[in-house]
Design a protein around this ligand. Structure first.
Ligand code: X2X
Length: 339
């Protein structure tokens, strides 16, 4: 991908892509089931690239009976709005992590976001494709929302800001940093000594540009797709949290779809997710070079003092209590001891 196009031409590109995806050009008859999908990242992000491909495949394999219309980049509103729309039925599908605004509705689903839990991707997929993932989907289902089996990769997160490289917890002291709207995220950065603000991703670029906040944290694929490198200088590779998107659906809308069609659509989406994971993992490595070429200054970070600071602050103890022993032990099966 090119990371030096302007934000304006990029917005035009994003708009154009959505219109193309939404035009029912292939089939003479209208689809019987039309589901809108809302996401919070730009069209060029692998999340949307693979959702868009899946939408094509769904159309073909269902002979135009089922149509997915993709609305990337908060076109339908910010995450908090999309969650409300999903619940009311105004939006059929929404991609969100259990750690993000979904956690305001299902607090237990945030457990995958515990700070410095997963060391690497094998640990992540072992948990999320395994028992922990099943447990989390159970919690989401209980809240009345349908969730597909596979979680789409966002990646390991790093901290960006415009003042200085972050190499140790002290560098974060008092830093105004944007985090998603989530109790766990706020707690994590408070425990690290920063001054976090919960904010939807839709507002992040402007908040950084106008210096409402000094920093934010996200993986390289998002920094590049949303051009955050235009308003951030330093990228500190803390890997303090892995995050991904659950494919959420409105229960009423989904229950009107016949089971054989449900099966076809779910299978295509879950398979597309596996391809998306490969792309994201690859991009999160290759983009470091591209972002550095575009002027970002990267530094690697030893996580040990950050984890120690969280322990001292009682972060692990507090969240173990909140999530409960059963969920915590499922997390530790993949992540190792967290204290
Ligand atoms: O809001 C964010 O920072 C994002 C896009 O990474 C998530 O959806 C968690």
């Amino acid at each position: 991908m090119s990371i030096n196009i302007t934000r304006r031409s990029f917005a035009a590109l994003v708009g154009g892509t959505a219109i193309t995806a939404a035009l029912p050009i292939r089939y003479a008859h209208a689809a019987e089931y039309t589901f809108k999908i809302g996401t919070n990242v730009p069209a060029s992000h692998p999340l949307n690239v693979h959702l868009s491909k899946a939408a094509e495949q769904v159309k073909t394999e269902t002979n135009g009976q089922f149509e997915l219309q993709l609305f990337p980049n908060n076109q339908l509103g910010a995450d908090s709005d999309m969650l409300s729309q999903l619940r009311s039925g105004a939006l059929e599908c929404f991609l969100n992590s259990g750690v993000n605004v979904l956690s305001t509705l299902v607090p237990a689903a945030a457990i995958s976001g515990v700070g410095f839990a997963f060391k690497d991707y094998p640990a992540v997929w072992n948990a999320l494709d395994g028992k922990l993932g099943a447990n989390l989907r159970g919690q989401v289902t209980k809240s009345g929302i349908v969730v597909l089996d596979k979680v789409w990769d966002n990646g390991f997160r790093m901290i960006t800001n415009s003042a200085k490289p972050i190499t140790q917890p002290d560098d974060l002291r008092g830093m105004k940093i944007r985090v998603p709207v989530s109790a766990l995220w706020l707690s994590l950065f408070k425990a690290l000594g920063a001054a976090p603000t919960g904010m939807n991703f839709a507002e992040v670029y402007t908040a950084l540009q106008t210096k409402v906040v000094d920093g934010q944290e996200n993986p390289p694929a998002i920094i590049a797709a949303a051009k955050l490198n235009e308003v951030q200088k330093y990228a500190s590779v803390t890997n303090h949290m892995w995050d991904g998107w659950w494919f959420l659906m409105n229960r009423r809308a989904w229950s009107q779809v016949p089971p054989n069609l449900q099966e076809t659509v779910a299978k295509i989406l879950n398979n597309a997710c596996l391809a998306q994971r490969e792309d994201v993992a690859q991009q999160n490595i290759s983009l470091r070079k591209d972002l550095a070429a575009a002027g970002m200054v990267f530094n690697d970070v030893d996580p040990a003092p950050f984890r120690a600071k969280l322990s001292e602050a009682g972060f692990y103890k507090e969240w173990r209590g909140k999530f409960g022993e059963e969920a915590w032990s499922l997390l530790e099966e993949s992540a190792g001891k967290l204290a």
